[in-house]
Write a protein that binds this ligand. Structure first.
Ligand code: MG
Ligand code: ZN
Length: 242
């Protein structure tokens, strides 16, 4: 029976197979994705949250509002079913589903494989809707420019301190389902304070995809980040010979 190799790979570069951590391997793939997106000037967003915080609903509404402004595509991850991609397509958004078959987060290599099916030439913004989970998706860099985390008013304002890694690694926290705030003991100030205790740089907004509250600010944020990205696009390498 073949045994798992415990030998060290040798050559100019010496790789220790046994101690090559999964996350380290993921970081290499994430970096390759980031370089490709930088070269193309495509803005890559990693959208994370608990299950049921309204990621898909937010994206449906975002896609409708920005359909004449940005060419947005969505790559959505779930343990099972194609439902979210179907919901996004119904809203007129080009969407692809990664069914992880039980894996509770997306990894760089999944994104890399999915990218083979997506034309990036006519893409301004690619949004990855991650698997609903505030725990391990925090540890997997997907090569994104920005990580955006939704915290729904229905989840309670104590989540930033309970799941600090996710909020520590996020650039923007969107407090979603703000239309329900009048009915809930959720303090927006406390949630923001706790998130900023963990990550002083995190931006915070309050949104409701249902009533439209905060949607202009969120869409503006997305457009601004895209324009920034295009401005900083790495020039194509020139092969001119002197
Ligand atoms: Mg969803
Ligand atoms: Zn996981």
């Amino acid at each position: 029976m073949a045994e798992k190799s415990t030998r060290t790979a040798r050559g100019t570069i010496i790789c220790d197979n046994t101690t090559m951590a999964l996350l380290k391997a993921n970081d290499y793939v994430a970096e390759a994705i980031r370089r490709e997106m930088d070269r193309r000037g495509v803005l890559l967003i990693n959208l994370t949250s608990s299950p049921g915080s309204g990621k898909t609903t937010l994206l449906q509404e975002t896609g409708k509002r920005l359909k004449d402004v940005l060419r947005i595509k969505v790559l959505v991850g779930d343990l099972e079913t194609e439902r979210d991609a179907e919901r996004l397509r119904e809203a007129g958004i080009q969407a692809w589903q990664i069914v992880t078959g039980g894996i509770c987060h997306l990894e760089g290599q999944m994104i890399m494989q999915a990218l083979e099916n997506i034309s990036l030439d006519d893409t301004d913004v690619l949004i990855i809707e991650n698997v609903g989970n505030l725990v391990c998706p925090a540890s997997f860099d997907l090569g994104e420019d920005y990580r955006v985390t939704l915290l729904a008013s229905t989840e309670g304002d104590d989540k930033p301190k309970k799941y600090p890694r996710m909020f520590f690694t996020s650039d923007l926290m969107l407090i979603s389902k703000s239309d329900l705030l009048p009915h809930l003991p959720f303090s927006v100030d406390r949630a923001i304070q706790d998130a900023r205790d963990i990550n002083p740089d995190i931006e915070c907004m309050t949104v409701s995809a249902l009533t439209g509250e905060g949607m202009d600010a969120w869409c503006r944020w997305l457009v601004d980040r895209f324009e920034q990205k295009r401005r900083s696009k790495k020039p194509e390498e020139s092969y001119d010979v002197e």
